[in-house]
Write a protein that binds this ligand. Structure first.
Ligand SMILES: Nc1ncnc2c1ncn2[C@@H]1O[C@H](COP(=O)(O)OP(=O)(O)OP(=O)(O)O)[C@@H](O)[C@H]1O
Length: 263
């Protein structure tokens, strides 16, 4: 049975750093899987590992043998079962480590006012399109991808590469348009694709009225470094998804603030 020799453990600055880093990693992982089915799988695996450590091999050889077999392939099972979560975790680390994409630094070096002025011009057509779609109760899902992962998006999308404009967005989501089903993906300051079928979230604790559009909006932000605007066809409400979480019924002022930060 594996064992950890606590007598050899000394409190040194490195040991404290070790514990702190492990705590941060566990906290981030917890944040990623909170409220998802993955959390239940994680608890199941944790129970197997705890049993593996406490079941005495000499007295209960059958159970101990089975637990050992499961524990031995544990790391492979973790990689297979938590593929999406590991991907999100690595994305999160890469995102935080990237100096160029850290806007605080970017603005410090290249000027805040200029960036915000340019940003408003980029955001305005999107907000105007949302205002009009809210009024006409036109369902829409607009994804803002930080990196346009061709493999991920192009498989299920219609490639456009169009300039962002209110009228283009409105025409895509208009009920008679052949592209209205699915999501629009905006990246690199362009409408890269439309009619995208995205992965839906597996979260179990979402409001009952959330259908596939909202679930896909949340799902894409779990699997990618992306945010999403969802306009509800039923209520006209605007929601905003980021990192697997959703803000419901937001105002246009709030939407502008969020886009300013994320887009
Ligand atoms: N996997 C998916 N990826 C992208 N879009 C999807 C996906 N599944 C469904 N949709 C879009 O969502 C629409 C169906 O929305 P549904 O009514 O289930 O969602 P909802 O969350 O209840 O939103 P609403 O409030 O607009 O009704 C489909 O017509 C399609 O355009």
């Amino acid at each position: 049975m594996p064992s950890f020799d606590f007598s050899s453990f000394k409190i040194t600055p490195f040991a404290i750093l070790d514990i702190l880093l492990l705590a941060i990693i566990i906290y981030q992982l917890y944040n990623l899987i909170r409220g998802t089915i993955a959390a239940n799988i994680f608890i199941g695996l944790a129970i197997i590992y705890v049993l593996y450590f406490i079941v005495p091999e000499s007295k209960m050889p059958l159970l101990a043998g089975i637990l050992k077999k499961v524990a031995d392939v544990g790391i492979i099972a973790v990689i297979v079962l938590f593929q999406q979560e590991i991907r999100r975790f690595l994305l999160l680390m890469g995102k935080n480590a990237s100096l160029q994409r850290n806007k605080a630094w970017w603005r410090y070096f290249f000027g805040k006012v200029e960036t915000e002025k340019n940003n408003y011009a980029r955001i305005k057509p999107i907000i105007d399109a949302c205002k009009s779609m809210k009024q006409t109760r036109t369902g829409a899902l607009i994804v803002f991808a930080k990196y346009y992962d061709e493999q991920f998006y192009q498989n299920s999308c219609e490639v456009l590469d169009a300039r962002i404009s209110k009228r283009v967005l409105e025409s895509i989501f208009q009920k008679n348009s052949p592209l209205h089903d699915g999501a629009v993906v905006i990246a690199e300051n362009k409408i890269k694709s439309a009619s995208c079928i995205l992965p839906v979230t597996e979260k179990a604790d979402l409001p009952a009225q959330f259908g596939l559009r909202h679930r896909a909006g949340i799902g894409v932000t779990e699997a990618n470094d992306a945010t999403a605007i969802i306009v509800s066809e039923e209520t006209g409400e605007i929601s905003y998804a980021k990192q697997g979480r959703i803000k419901m019924d937001i105002s246009f002022a709030e939407l502008e603030k969020l886009l300013n930060k994320d887009f």
